[in-house]
Design a protein around this ligand. Structure first.
Ligand code: PLP
Length: 394
């Protein structure tokens, strides 16, 4: 059997439709999209077509889409750009405890620059309460940044409700929608967002390319200074192959969204139910149904997440213990701690994230292999031994 890839929240395989439109951009249409001559104009044409496609998928206008190097840059630009452009109005930013590090570390850096940040807590499912957002707003608040869907536990946040509140209070609203775009419907007007981040490689596009939506009129500083690319707001020669690939992948994902979501939810729920039924002392992390179609995140007591990952890897299964960015560090995930898991349970967590290309056979293989691995690991666990002794004594 081929390897089973269930780490699509970390990155995805590039769609053939995206690759096939990218390849000519490295060859025939290699022009600089800012050049006046025909070679340049041809590249620009492709890039502007891509911009219109991305805008259409988000309910935005083409001139509100700015291409970037990825989700992290979009988050940095949105948050730092909004903070510095509006610092005369106030210095307060509202975000949540479960954001991606591209948001959290940016906010922490801004605190050192004199900004004040409120990190809102979440409930046991990872949901942000819109009332908490409203209560946190002061006359100093200039920006709210809340993610659309969490990359670790898959919880989908009430973005439209938060957007209404932001709009009513005339506070800029940024949404890290990197996990949502291509997976669930995203509309910048339904959501009332002013800024929205997305990343190509999370929806079967290429790596190293993303976009930031900036609503017309939203005050945001330039992030990258230099040439006049991206309407003078983001310098550097445009990554035409990446941009074209991103747009093709997004178009495909949005065209097949319902069908893909149905399939993935079926596989997701089969995995979740199978794990909870077959392996004792497991729990589902994240919301039971307000969750991304492809996200499974479970805690397995008496087992180390890293050990679980290594054994799965040996068995030909690529998974994650949380977010790829924190693997390699031994700190438990900030998201799992924020939903109230004790350290030792947060440590034994596993994320399986699906794509529409995963199959029922693959799910069955995981459900066959995983319980065996857990049994083996628990047999070696002093904590499990202790637990069994305590149970016997009862
Ligand atoms: C992956 C991810 C990012 C970072 O995107 P890159 O393109 O890898 O920089 C940001 N936010 C979320 C929610 C993500 O899942």
């Amino acid at each position: 059997m081929d390897r089973i890839y269930m780490d699509n929240a970390a990155t995805t395989a590039i769609a053939p439709e995206a690759l096939s439109v990218m390849l000519p951009c490295f060859g025939l249409t290699y022009g600089n999209a800012s050049s006046i001559h025909a070679t340049g104009r041809e590249a620009r044409q492709k890039m502007e077509d891509a911009r219109r496609t991305v805008a259409a998928c988000l309910g935005a206008k083409a001139n509100e889409i700015y291409f970037t190097s990825g989700g992290s840059e979009s988050d940095n630009w949105a948050i730092k750009g909004a903070a510095f452009a509006n610092k005369k109005k106030g210095n307060h930013i509202i975000t949540s405890q479960i954001e991606h590090h591209a948001v959290l570390h940016t906010c922490e850096w801004l605190e050192k620059q004199g900004f004040e940040v409120t990190y809102l807590p979440v409930d046991e499912y990872g949901l942000i309460n819109p009332e908490d957002v409203e209560k946190a707003i002061t006359d100093q608040t200039i920006l709210i940044s809340i993610m659309a869907a969490n990359n670790e536990i898959g919880t989908i946040e009430p973005i439209a409700e938060i957007g209404k509140i932001a709009k009513a209070h005339k506070v800029l609203f940024h949404c890290d929608a990197v996990q949502a775009v291509g997976a669930i419907p995203v509309d910048v007007n339904d959501w009332n967002v002013d800024l929205l981040s997305l990343s190509g490689h999370k929806f079967h596009g290429p790596k190293g390319v993303g976009a930031l939506y900036i609503r017309t009129g939203a005050k945001v500083e330039t992030f990258m200074h230099g040439g006049a690319q991206e309407r003078g707001r983001r310098a550097t020669t445009e990554n035409v192959p990446g941009i074209v690939g991103l747009a093709a992948a997004l178009y495909k994902a949005c065209s097949n969204m319902e069908e893909n979501a149905c399939k993935m939810m079926m596989l997701r729920d089969k995995l979740i139910n199978g794990i909870l039924e077959k392996i004792p002392h497991t729990r589902l992390n994240g919301h039971p149904f307000k969750r991304l179609p492809g996200n499974v995140n479970v805690s397995v007591r008496f087992v180390e997440g890293e050990a679980l990952l290594l054994r799965l890897d040996l068995a030909g299964i690529s998974a994650s213990s949380g977010s790829a960015c924190t693997s390699g560090s031994l700190d438990p995930s900030h998201v799992l701690l924020a939903i109230g898991l004790p350290h030792e349970i947060a440590h034994g967590s596993l994320r399986l994230s699906l794509a529409d290309t995963n199959t029922e056979e693959e799910v069955e293989e995981v459900l066959r292999v995983l319980p065996e691995i857990v049994t083996t690991l628990r047999d070696m666990s002093p904590l499990y031994e202790l637990y069994l002794e305590e149970e016997k004594a009862k």
